[in-house]
Design a protein around this ligand. Structure first.
Ligand SMILES: NC(=O)c1ccc[n+]([C@@H]2O[C@H](COP(=O)([O-])OP(=O)(O)OC[C@H]3O[C@@H](n4cnc5c(N)ncnc54)[C@H](OP(=O)(O)O)[C@@H]3O)[C@@H](O)[C@H]2O)c1
Length: 186
């Protein structure tokens, strides 16, 4: 069975976007970007909340000229080669290939996607991932903890849920970001 993986770049105090909705402080440098590219290369399907999809869809049309960084060209290929499911009650149309809209989050439907997928499945952003975590569907988490405290905003992880985790790996990057890789325990 494919794994469901939640990946988030967070502030030290656990937010993916600050109180103004900004996340410029989360932009990966080349080293982190290359690591994320390798992490996402095996992903066959992205389950996206509409807000994260809104920010990610630029990858569909990202120019691939020689003036682009190799990590940017690489990630654009990774993104375009995966299927996407966008959860939204408001989105009328999608503007990327291999993409469909779901109007509600049904845990059983996600279980079905995991059971039938031959590549791993990713879930994000935080609001959608919270529902998957609460439903016990997330198998692994990758957190990229950024050396900044933003004081509030959109939490990376939900309240009112208890999940025991096993630390599988960690890595420290030159820019002070720390990667934490966890598996959920039964
Ligand atoms: N830290 C980073 O590196 C980073 C990177 C990119 C983006 N971000 C930011 O992180 C934030 C993530 O925000 P978020 O967690 O609130 O957004 P999200 O989970 O990506 O999207 C929330 C939206 O998904 C839809 N949705 C969620 N649950 C649903 C359900 N059960 N049924 C149907 N639709 C559902 C709704 O869309 P509708 O309103 O259309 O119904 C909802 O408003 C955004 O501000 C994003 O810009 C951070």
């Amino acid at each position: 069975m494919a794994k469901l993986v939640y990946t988030a770049i967070t502030s030290l105090d656990g937010y993916v976007a600050d109180e103004d909705g900004k996340f410029d402080w989360a932009a990966p440098d080349e080293e982190v970007h290359a690591f994320v590219n390798d992490l996402e290369r095996p992903i066959g399907t992205y389950l996206y909340g509409r807000r994260l999809y809104d920010t990610m869809v630029v990858w569909e049309t990202m120019p691939s000229g020689p003036d682009q960084l190799p990590v940017v060209r690489d990630y654009a290929e990774v993104w375009r080669s995966a299927d996407k499911v966008v959860y939204s009650t408001t989105l009328a149309n999608v503007s990327s290939a291999r993409t469909r809209i779901e109007r509600q989050f049904e845990p059983d439907a996600v279980r079905q996607i995991k059971a039938s997928a031959d590549r791993d499945v990713s879930v994000g952003g935080a609001h959608l991932a919270a529902q998957a975590i609460k439903a016990g569907l997330v198998d692994e988490c990758h957190l990229f903890v950024t050396p900044v405290i933003v004081g509030g905003g959109t939490p990376a992880l939900p309240d009112h849920v208890r999940v025991n985790l096993e630390l599988l790996d960690e890595r420290r990057f030159g820019n002070g970001v720390v990667h934490l890789h966890y598996r959920t325990k039964a």
